[in-house]
Design a protein around this ligand. Structure first.
Ligand code: 0WD
Length: 274
């Protein structure tokens, strides 16, 4: 039981396809006590049964991270119901649809500000607000994607937000290390979730990743969940500021791998046209 005695809060469960759900499952299986948050009333109905599944019916709170008052209210509720906590999972991102396809240089300032606020600044604000509750052996985890390190078609505005999120992870890791708080990110391969549905040509991304990743597969929320559990537990007690790829190895590829057909001619696994 790697998480026995650990208490924490997971922000960003939308349904049982969410990456945050995979992380909750892995942490609960290792004995963690988990609080959940939901964005709005329609998601509340989805999150409540999930919290019940993990024995957390009494620890479900509203928290739209774009509203600072809701983050303060979350701190007050967690303090009352859980006291000290040992981990925070930030599995939240949003960009207006206009920022997730089309010409990059057409992105509006309004869309840019919203994406940065919800997907990046929220990590800083949630951490600062919940810091008084964090134990001096705690771990914060956020979720990023390769589109924050390299160009990925249509990821556009979210790519810029993820780049900022990854650097935020590193600056926060330095700042909070002296307080016994670690901060890491998982860069997950593409997974079909609600948030992913907003990205243009997402199915193409899935097929491309599967064809060209060294492991020739897409990743699951259970696989991301298990790696997340490692980063939240004491198994990773000397790991901070990491961008940990859970993507079947896709990020190491500089070009698609070649294979040879019966005539000895070089081919690539999938050129995107079949
Ligand atoms: O391929 C993927 N699905 C990948 C996702 C690959 C690599 C990284 N990620 C990241 C996402 O960018 C995000 O940071 O993982 C994180 C979780 O995303 P997810 O599990 O793919 O998607 P989803 O199940 O939709 O959860 C994200 C949730 C929101 O869902 P919706 O679909 O309603 O936007 O983030 C929450 C919301 O529940 N969220 C907010 N929570 C609080 N305040 C807010 C907000 N303002 N906005 C969105």
């Amino acid at each position: 039981m790697f998480m026995k005695g650990k208490k924490g809060v997971i922000l960003g469960v939308a349904n049982n396809k969410s990456i945050a759900y995979g992380i909750a499952k892995a942490c609960a299986a290792q004995g963690a006590e988990i609080a959940f948050t939901y964005l709005n009333d329609s998601l509340k109905k989805r999150v409540e049964p999930i919290a019940a599944e993990f024995g957390s019916s009494d620890k479900v709170y509203a928290c739209d991270v774009s509203n600072p008052a809701e983050i303060v209210a979350l701190r007050e509720s967690l303090e009352k119901d859980m006291g000290q906590i040992d981990f925070i999972v930030h599995s939240i991102a949003f960009a207006p649809k206009s920022g997730l396809s089309g010409r990059f240089y057409d992105i509006s300032k309004e869309a840019f500000d919203i994406a940065m606020d919800v997907s990046v600044y929220s990590l800083i604000e949630v951490t600062r607000e919940l810091k008084p509750l964090l134990s001096n052996n705690s771990s914060i985890l956020t979720l990023t994607y390769y589109g924050g390190a390299k160009y990925i078609p249509n990821y556009n505005l979210m790519g810029v937000a993820k780049a900022a999120l990854e650097m935020t992870t590193k600056y926060m890791a330095e700042d909070l290390g002296k307080d016994g708080i670690r901060v890491n990110a998982i860069s997950a391969g593409p997974i079909k979730t609600l948030a992913a549905a907003g990205i243009g040509e997402f199915r193409f991304m899935l097929k491309w990743n599967e064809a060209h990743a060294p492991m020739k597969k897409n990743v699951t929320i259970d696989e991301v969940g298990n790696s997340g559990m490692y980063l939240l537990s004491d198994l990773s007690s000397a790991v901070t500021g990491e961008i940990h790829y859970v993507d079947g190895g896709f990020n190491i590829m500089g070009m698609p791998a070649v294979s040879f057909d019966e005539d000895g001619k070089q081919t690539i696994a999938w050129d995107g046209n079949k």
